[in-house]
Design a protein around this ligand. Structure first.
Ligand code: GDP
Ligand code: MG
Length: 177
């Protein structure tokens, strides 16, 4: 507590959701370990990874959960969502089908977790410029309509990866403080 000068503890559970192969596990690998797997299999996912972030001088632990490939079988369980205060809802800008799934993921998120879970819509693989099927404007419009934050990222070239995770943590902290 503040009287004895010890840091307060903040632990935020954040879930990664979105269709298979959009890059969820690689976003986490890039953020937590600065690693990237060019041909990753769904098995590389860990259950969760904890990262410390400093926001406004406060140390915050982000416990970031990865599906470890369960989404391929539409078997992401309620336990995965339980207690989540933040989410990164990821699609692949080079596959429109993954963008079309965003509504279904939002429904699931709101079914199993609090309605107020802070969510960032993440258009990943922004490095695949020639294969783009979803414009940044479309992503932004959908995010605004659904009350989500929005960002395009690339786990391959690192762009905006830390920013996406920082945004969700910062916004959660902003609500709580
Ligand atoms: P997940 O199923 O959502 O966890 O997706 P993965 O992280 O396993 O990634 C699926 C595939 O997309 C892998 O072959 C990754 O190397 C590739 N990938 C992930 N992120 C990016 C990215 O930002 N750019 C590109 N070009 N490929 C990516
Ligand atoms: Mg994965």
């Amino acid at each position: 507590n503040s009287e004895d000068g010890q840091a307060e503890d903040y632990l935020f559970k954040i879930v990664l959701i979105g269709d298979s192969a959009v890059g969820k596990s690689n976003l986490l690998a890039r953020f937590a370990r600065d690693e990237f797997y060019p041909n990753s299999k769904s098995t590389i996912g860990v259950e969760f990874q904890t990262q410390k972030l400093n926001i406004d001088g406060k140390e915050i632990k982000a416990q970031i959960w990865d599906t470890a490939g369960q989404e391929r079988f539409r078997a992401v369980t309620s336990a995965y969502y339980r207690g989540a205060v933040g989410a990164l809802l990821v699609y692949d800008i080079s596959r429109r089908q993954t963008f079309d799934s965003v509504g279904r993921w939002l429904n699931e998120l709101h079914t199993y977790s609090d309605m107020n879970v802070i969510t960032v819509l993440v258009g990943n693989k922004s490095d695949l410029k020639d294969a783009r099927e979803v414009s940044a404007a479309e992503g932004k419009t959908l995010a605004e309509a659904q009350g989500l934050f929005f960002m395009e990222t690339s786990a391959l070239d690192s762009s905006n990866v830390a920013a996406a995770f920082r945004t969700v943590v910062k916004e959660i902290y902003g609500v709580l403080k």
